[in-house]
Design a binder for this molecule. Structure first.
Ligand code: ADP
Length: 434
């Protein structure tokens, strides 16, 4: 019985077991305690010193196989690659004890199929990756071209838009996406620019139109005066008086235009200082008293309260005088004009009321527009002060430049009231601090 458990029995048992578990790409090897081959599922002489086979015909590299077996002496189980035919093997080593003898079981799994798979994969990738990269690049280029096409179209269109074609707009394909939003914002910017250019053009056209009349009168008057050499001194004096009146009117218009042009450019400097608004109002009424007397207009001033202010006195004077000028201009003889100044909360309220004919309701919203005149014939006929329709625009700009406002408070058949509201806060603090 004891003999039956000897090496031969073991070899037979191992061969049977190997036969039962035979797989095409697995090699089973059993080595005895000396390292000699007991049994192998294939020729495996590499690690076996008794082998007589040529190295070239061996399935594993003998050094590599020996290294695997040797490393198993240091550990119970070893898993390690072994060089050999067709890509080598993955080697697994385990020891087992039979008849108090330690045997070594080596299982080698061929890496051939894996290697083959990797090679096939590598070949596939070598073919597929360049194609995929090529396709991805082409797709990317196409997508980029498609998505950037509207931007290119927009920039081409934007490049075409100039001062003369400001009415053109960028096409907005999809209002909701980012490009649509960009195009809309750009179009809104063009709208604002267009309006501003339009205002500027109208201003230039109106300004040259307004200047043409006094210049034509000056020229005509001078030509008439010079047409005959034997004129009487009175005739020359008359002509000179006309020339003086027209040049005064011209100066007035140019001055107003210059003020508005500078205001538009944000270049009209304010020179604020501390003074009393009630005193300025009283001073303006004194200045215009002769105008009132000439037209037998009763002029009332009601600004008894002290109204300290920190503002540009020259500009506020100009605003009050513009309003007073209009009041006298449009109030018939025997009428009355009154100026009132008072404090209301944080504001100074300045009202100029006349007993003129009033402004037609439908024209009231337009009276602050530049060059607007409700009654053109009448305004122009008054050569000693017939304005160009700029007085109220300038007055309103002055109020707004002081963070205030100017409104037509009332206008009907019994007369008109213009009211300016100016903030008093900065004035009070400036004056008390001083
Ligand atoms: P203008 O130089 O013609 O007076 P303004 O800008 O001062 O220009 O006024 C614009 C227009 O408003 C005037 O032409 C006139 O028709 C009307 N207007 C202004 N103030 C009065 C007023 N106090 N009474 C009646 N109409 C007025």
């Amino acid at each position: 019985m004891k003999d039956e458990a000897g090496p031969e029995t073991l070899k037979r048992a191992a061969l049977e077991a190997i036969a039962e578990h035979r797989f095409r790409d697995h090699v089973y090897v059993v080595l005895d305690p000396t390292g000699a081959l007991v049994v192998s599922s294939r020729d495996l002489p590499a690690a076996i010193p008794t082998s007589s086979q040529e190295e070239s015909s061996r399935v594993v590299d003998s050094d590599s196989f020996r290294a695997l077996v040797e490393s198993s002496s240091r550990a119970d189980r070893v898993l390690q690659n072994v060089k050999g035919e067709k890509g080598g093997y993955r080697g697994y080593v385990r020891h087992f004890v039979e008849n108090r003898q330690t045997y070594t079981l080596v299982v080698l799994q061929s890496l051939h199929s894996q290697r083959q798979m990797f090679e096939e994969l590598a070949q596939t990738f070598a073919l597929v990756i360049p194609i995929a990269v090529l396709l991805a690049s082409a797709g990317g280029y196409f997508l980029a071209y498609k998505s950037l096409a509207p931007v290119v179209a927009m920039s081409t269109q934007a490049g075409r838009i100039g001062a003369a074609t400001l009415h053109e707009r960028l096409p907005v394909k999809n209002e909701k996406d980012e490009l649509g939003h960009l195009a809309r914002s750009f179009n809104q910017l063009l709208d604002r620019l267009d309006q501003s250019f339009d205002r500027q053009r109208r201003f230039m056209a109106d300004a040259s139109h307004e200047l043409r009349t006094p210049v034509a009168i000056l020229r005509g008057e001078a030509e008439v005066a010079l047409s005959r050499p034997d004129r009487k001194p009175e005739e020359y004096r008359e002509s000179l008086a006309v020339l003086r009146a027209e040049s005064q009117r011209l100066t007035h218009i140019v001055d107003d235009l210059f003020t508005l042009a500078r205001a538009d450019a944000g270049q009209h400097p304010l020179s604020p200082h501390d003074f009393y608004l009630d005193e300025l109002v009283a001073d303006c009424t004194r200045t215009t008293r002769t105008l009132a007397l000439a037209k037998r207009i009763t002029l009332n001033c009601d600004a008894a309260e002290e109204l300290p202010i920190h503002a540009d006195e020259a500009l506020l004077r100009r605003m009050i005088l513009n309003l007073l000028d209009n009041a006298f201009k449009y109030t018939p003889e025997g009428g009355s004009v009154s100026v009132a100044g008072r404090r209301e909360g944080g504001e100074y309220v300045l009202s100029i009321t006349d007993t003129g004919p009033g402004i037609p309701v439908e024209l009231q919203p337009r009276i602050f527009e530049r060059f607007f005149r409700a009654d053109k014939a009448r305004s122009r006929a008054e050569s000693d002060g017939g304005g160009a329709g700029l007085g109220l625009s300038i007055a309103r700009w002055i109020a707004e430049a002081h963070h205030g406002r100017l409104e037509l408070a009332r206008s009907d058949a019994s007369g008109s009231t213009f009211t300016a509201y100016l903030p008093a806060k900065s004035a009070v603090s400036a004056l008390t601090a001083g």
